[in-house]
Design a protein around this ligand. Structure first.
Ligand code: NAP
Length: 232
């Protein structure tokens, strides 16, 4: 990852707070992080040294607005790797589920992935180099009850990523998707208690897998759907 310019969406979130320091430790030149909430940016900065912070570029961006995504990608010197962590979870029985919530779930999980990948790919094809890493979920391949919107939208992320991998065959651009089960984040500990937390996968552990997929070394991995479940 030495010298690489990385676009990291969701870099201030529960998983992102583990991924950002690992990428910095791997020697990336810069990380561009689109954000919504300033408080989350400040929280992440508090965990990093001034030298580390100087390699981060925070850009207030709504990833559901295509022009904003274009502006975000265009402001980068290069887009060597795009790691798209943005996504969200919601539950409800299908026969009671609001159509508006269903559409929001697809917006957050799948449509942001499309926009971010579309405009990153444009830069990567011009450069002749790129690594795309997306985040699905275990539910994409093992759908459960009351999770139809989440599982279906994450299954879409898997399909989109594999299509990109097929389209970029014969180039030095790759696309792969990681499937976490439960991640050991403060939000999950608060929501589910800490009893089973030792079985969950930590953000730092997921970051090692993501960092490898985003690196030059992973040039021959394309279209992989990688379960990272810990002991869950
Ligand atoms: N947590 C788990 O157990 C788990 C399990 C399986 C898969 N996953 C997947 O892993 C990924 C990361 O999860 P997480 O727990 O880290 O989630 P999180 O803590 O909720 O973080 C989500 C991040 O996305 C950003 N974001 C949301 N909407 C955005 C938008 N429209 N434009 C720009 N940024 C936006 C948020 O920014 P702000 O904070 O500024 O709003 C936040 O940084 C997600 O794709 C999730 O589905 C998580």
């Amino acid at each position: 990852m030495q010298g690489k310019h990385v676009l990291l969406t969701g870099g201030t979130g529960g998983l992102g707070s583990g991924v950002t320091p690992v990428l910095l430790s791997q020697g990336v030149e810069s990380i561009t992080i689109p954000y919504v909430t300033q408080k989350e940016v400040d929280r992440l900065k508090d965990r990093l040294s001034m030298a580390e912070q100087s390699r981060l570029h925070f850009v207030e961006t709504d990833l559901l607005d295509e022009q904003s995504v274009i502006n975000l990608v265009n402001r980068m010197d290069r887009v060597d790797a795009t790691i798209h962590l943005v996504g969200g979870f919601s539950m409800g029985k299908t026969h009671e589920y609001d159509y508006s919530q269903w559409r929001q779930d697809f917006d957050l999980n799948l449509n942001t992935t499309f926009l971010v990948c579309k405009h990153s790919l444009r830069r990567m094809l011009n450069q002749g180099y790129g690594r795309i890493v997306t985040i699905g979920s275990r539910g994409a391949v093992e759908p459960g009850p009351q999770l139809a919107a989440y599982c279906a939208s994450k299954a879409g992320v898997v399909a989109l990523t594999r299509s990109i991998a097929a389209e970029t065959k014969g180039t030095n651009i790759t696309a792969n998707v990681v499937l976490p089960s439960v991640i050991d984040t403060p939000a999950n500990r608060k929501a589910m208690g800490e009893e089973n937390a030792d079985q969950w996968v930590t953000p730092e552990s997921l970051a090692q897998v993501i960092g490898f997929l985003a690196s030059e070394a992973a040039k021959d991995l394309r279209g992989a759907v990688i379960p990272v479940y810990g002991s869950a």
